[in-house]
Design a protein around this ligand. Sequence first.
Ligand code: ADP
Length: 363
Amino acid sequence: MTHEAGIPLGISFRLLSDTPQDAAARVVNDVVVGDYRDLATLRAFAKGCDVITFDHEHVPTEHLRALEADGIPVRPGPGALVHAQDKGVMRARLTSLGVACPRHRIVTDPADVVRFADEIGGFPVVLKTVRGGYDGKGVWLVRSEEDAGDAFRAGVPVLGEERVAFRRELAANVVRSPHGQAVAYPVVESRQVDGVCDTVIAPAPGLAPELSAQAQETALRIAGELGVVGHLAVELFETEDGRVLVNELAMRPHNSGHWTQDGAVTSQFANHLRAVLDLPLGDPRPRAPWTVMANVLGGAYPEMYPAYLHCMARDPGLKIHMYGKDVRPGRKVGHVTTFGDDLDEVTDRARHAADYLRGLIDE
Ligand code: ADP
């Protein structure tokens, strides 16, 4: 999707991909297959690139520092990106900036989890491996010392957090360029099912204007303080008592911003590229009162083509984005987007298509 946004900007990509079958490797024509954890591979790949950016956060921080030392512009740079790679570093930094977060501390073993629970008023608590988690993997809701064992098995440091009583999850998406220009998209509601993003509604329905402004200001401030270049997604909890707390950060185009492809004047992908290349940023405003994005998860159909036909014929206004990935149950294989004036109607259309493509409904 980043490549697609680069075409009208005349940008050519070189892609470092784990396998030739990767969804991006099917569309980019200059593909290097290799391991992003190997510095020699990264160095060979970087030769001839004007700038390096990412569609995931897992390239080791020290390798990115080495590339920077070689004179390769890395955007976002490792000093910013580490806050999206390591939840412990992120919590410590945001707390020092006075950004509201769930109560937290690093916990060392299950007995320490019990002490942490006592400090914050008791179980349940949330445990997270500080690195390597995604889509709810690496996150545990823990109710006792016995429950806590799993989080320590990977041998990665573990962060304990209070279990936040939230009304819903929000995301504030902003984009910042190297010389400091920044834009903010409307704050969205992000609905999760089993730790995986299911539906995103832009803007978040019924969000108090002062909370929306506060969330955008917080995201812009984080982008500035951390020196983020490119797209920053700040995942938030709206608490039952009307506060906004930061959950985590992503420094790349993010699922909570996919709606912008069809629903905003400038998509997150185009603005990420503009920022990475230090070009003037594009207008982030929505094109319709409501935009709804629903993820398509792999389900009943190993071959999706007949299912698209039904969805296209049923709803000509539906935007379908499939990633060309092999379909596996529960895997994100695409998304659909709808927009319009009536939130219920727009939501029903997006949900219908996503559920149909997954095989949950048959008409
Ligand atoms: P991931 O890296 O997998 O995206 P997150 O930190 O976003 O991990 O956690 C995944 C989900 O777990 C969140 O979207 C949220 O629903 C839930 N969660 C995470 N932290 C907390 C918390 N402190 N309190 C309550 N729920 C949480």
